[in-house]
Design a protein around this ligand. Sequence first.
Ligand code: SF4
Length: 284
Amino acid sequence: MDGIATAVESLRTRINKQELTGHRLSNWRRTVAWCVDDDCYLWTSNGSEFEPGSGAADITLRLSSKVLSQIVENRIPFFIALWATGEIIFEGSFSDAYHLGYLFLSDNRSRKVVFLAHCFMNMNARFPEGAAYPGVCAPLVQTLIDAGVGIIQMPCPEFRCLGAEKELYGELDPDELRSCFRKMASEVVDDVQAYLNAGFQIAGIIGMNPSPSCGVEITKGKETMLGTGRSTGEKAGSGVFIEEMINVAESRGLLDLPVFGVRRMLRGESGMDERLADLKRKLS
Ligand code: SF4
């Protein structure tokens, strides 16, 4: 085998060893031609890995032996050469080019995400006097940054269903309110499912205790929002949005999602350090 053939073969071995290659190739059967200088080498996906190929190529990559060695030596990532610098010219669909980019993925992403109650990222959605910070709940967000997770901000159900200043609080029929919250909860579960299907870790679905909507372990005044009572005391149990989300998830067979709440922080309250230490523990 000459040097170029050996280099192409080493890339095939590298791809086949990547943890998610089997998953990524399961629905992607393609023949890839690597045309380096004057010679072409074929790989074919058998549904779980690439094997030496034959026949017509679905996507052809044209590059120099110099660029090939840079990719083999990890001096340039494959997709950067293909997409950003144009050192690999490809013939084929953009979808297949992207598929190859993910097969070669070597960047810094942790593949861990959390779904976060909207108002931890945007205090502007909070109830009157509920914003202890001007924009984001900075200490909590910093804890998530330090944990290396991507943060997916869930929608604020009260903002969407009750108005920007919760004008319809306690005014909607309970079924109407639940149906509005359920629609958003379903969309969140769609995203959770998509991340799980792509092999990501969901490190947490983080609600906000004791919200009547986003509380997980504790709620306060859920009946007042549903218009079914006037008690404003705290009670064990989940808010309406979280209840709907768990129902939707369970109906799709997602039974063990890591759903937990972090208690809100009001101005002048203490206890943030304990909340953050607990959050860190749950993320580790
Ligand atoms: S707890 Fe939920 S409903 Fe309440 S403001 Fe935050 S995101 Fe909106």
